[in-house]
Design a protein around this ligand. Sequence first.
Ligand code: UGA
Length: 436
Amino acid sequence: HIQVTVVDLNEQRIIDWNDPNTDNIPIYEPGLSEIVLEARGRNLFFSTEVEKAIDEAQVIFISVNTPTKTYGKGKGMAADLKYIELCARQIAKVAKQNKIVVEKSTLPVRTAEAIKSILDNTGNGVQFQILSNPEFLAEGTAVTDLLNPDRILIGGDSTPEGEAAINALVDVYANWVNKDKILTTNVWSSELSKLTANAFLAQRISSINAMSELCEKTGADVNEVARAIGMDSRIGPKFLKASVGFGGSCFQKDILNLVYIAKSYGLNEVADYWEQVIIMNDHQKRRFSNKIVQTLYNTVADKKITFLGWAFKKDTNDTRESAAIYVADDLINEQAKISVYDPKVSRNKMMSDLDYLETRPAEENAKSLTTFGNVYDACRGSHAIAVLTEWDEFTTYDWQKIYESMHKPAFVFDGRNILNAKELQSIGFVYNGIGS
Ligand code: UGA
């Protein structure tokens, strides 16, 4: 019974979301195309009529991106809020009735203040209530996370109008989420909780990745260590998978943002503490590419190295900050020839990811990276395989057949620890996992 209209200035994007075949919508996410198929045209609409949608809505979610700033003060660390400000100004210009404005994008703490100031000072005298309602779903499991969230967080003012706005949003979620999972706080707690949650999650990965290097030196196995510590109910088993490093659009950006905020308050120790999570993650990616070079007799020049996976995690076609990009960049510096198979990522995307780093001319990237539509072609004639994404299908291949088609000795660098090391070794592969 709630009408949802998604608006975007980008016409092509809206055309894509309205594609009659919902398998072609721009984001691959298990279960998403089915939901769009069911709801689109009934109470879910995609449109470029931004002003009309603002005018008609009672609640407006600001869900634009907040990338890391690439210029000026806070370059490389602070969140770029220009899209947020544009949204706020447009809402202020159009709104003729009171509106609830919800921050859905991940924002630095106290952004609501800026939004409120723009709305109140440029608006038509109508009342705006600003709520913070950060999103905690993860890519690849977005639909299940949305349907069964651990919690919904809503921050708002403690004035009667603020409380009424909070209750209006609680009532929306209460349609499918149990009320005891809906948490209400003040706006600043809500904004900061989002950054804190991502910082804690990323910290767990950097912590286990730090131990993975120590495991490789000592003969311990990081998977066994993770299992052993995860059984302590205070630590818990999730997010302890050692890997080539975390990627995605959120962890790095949000931690940099947190570091920037801490520094801006002069809290240098707090800033350094969290920055170490990023330093460790960068180290882990570089360590992985170094290991490939060292193991292949200190030279990969003109050797074919096959990447299984390019996405930053399985079940998504998102590649933002994917470890694969950085590992490929390092290996291309060493003049390796990279071939890639990823079930969902297009060649264009891979090329634009590499070109974005501006390490070398685009033509050189294009010559150094070849893509394949299936794993067997991708691996034929290669010296080594590097697993960069944990796609389930990688565990189901005919590894004997792959081995026979490769240069010998044939190496596997399992950046996700998903393959069966013993089985691969018995076939003849030289297997290198993370932290073993
Ligand atoms: C993350 C958070 O998990 C979500 O709660 C949050 O809402 C989201 O950011 C966001 O801020 O929008 P996401 O980046 O989609 O979600 O994906 P994650 O599942 O957190 O994975 C991030 C990266 O960490 C991936 O590269 C993944 O492979 C890696 N990872 C994850 C590990 O290397 N080891 C693990 O044990 C878990």
